[in-house]
Design a protein around this ligand. Sequence first.
Ligand SMILES: C[S@@+](CC[C@H](N)C(=O)[O-])C[C@H]1O[C@@H](n2cnc3c(N)ncnc32)[C@H](O)[C@@H]1O
Ligand code: SF4
Ligand code: SF4
Length: 303
Amino acid sequence: MTRPGSLLYRAELVGARVLLPVLGSLGFFKFPRTVRLESTANCNADCVTCTRQVMTRKKGVMDFALYKKVVDECASYKVSSIHLHNFGEPFIDKGIFDKIRYARDKGIDTRLFSNISLLDREKAVELVESGLTRIKVSIDGDSKETFNVIRKGLDFDRVVENINTLIEVRKELGSKTPEIGLVFVETERNSHEREGFLKRWKGRVDSIDISSYHNWGGSLHEGERGDKRALPCLRVWQTFTVLWNGEVSICCMDYDGKVILGNVKKESVYDIFHGEKLRRIRRRHLKGDFAKPKICLRCEARR
Ligand SMILES: C[S@@+](CC[C@H](N)C(=O)[O-])C[C@H]1O[C@@H](n2cnc3c(N)ncnc32)[C@H](O)[C@@H]1O
Ligand code: SF4
Ligand code: SF4
């Protein structure tokens, strides 16, 4: 990451401030590139890295009719893929396989993150047959001791077994999908297991991501970036996050739905994406003003 104040950083800043409005006027940001639909906000875990423990908003499952409305609009704008997770565990949603099939039948790829604890053999078969494009399994440890402390409420052996079952089932059914990836959010609690984790899984899955821990928009801790960095955040030009109840939050960092841009029950994705609330946020980001919404100020996902 370039250092604020350096020449390269300043060049990036000027480039972003000039380019983004030009690209916008050329129609580059007509529709969000990444649409995230929170199939459910319910979860069977309490991971120590996650803000679910401090979430105050109501939790539930996205209604199928609402899901279809958004997916139909995405299909009409030729969105290539959608994400079916946000805060919660997608396999708690009993309608998840129907949701995946519906999007697939509209020609849209589906991707999701999961803790995989609920995916037994029967569900693994249904998942492969549903046509899911990609699953990323979150597994932040390489031993029962470390995993069970971080991914509270889940069981390491069960998770390893379910990943192996999914790999087997995909092979048995002769399917190339879903692409299976693993995610390891590195912290001081698990970094000593990073190498063992890579060794265990390398060659067995399609991808392994070692990802950085972040502060969920300043919620877990203040973070070090503060307002020193002034690059606009591309998420407000490219992404769209629909919570289970239809409300649209500023981005996937807004776990509690504090910055609501609209509701897809009443408005279209297009109208919310081009609405005044989001346009005002984009203008502020272009000026390097992250004081409002507050969530952007201390966000570690901002470059
Ligand atoms: C919020 S979860 C939702 C999907 C699903 N329940 C799961 O755990 O994969 C999405 C991803 O965020 C990751 N995550 C949770 N807390 C994090 C943090 N503080 N920093 C970075 N990633 C985090 C999880 O490990 C998971 O890979
Ligand atoms: S990281 Fe995923 S599994 Fe863990 S508490 Fe958060 S939503 Fe649930
Ligand atoms: S700065 Fe952070 S909170 Fe704000 S839009 Fe970007 S990712 Fe979301």
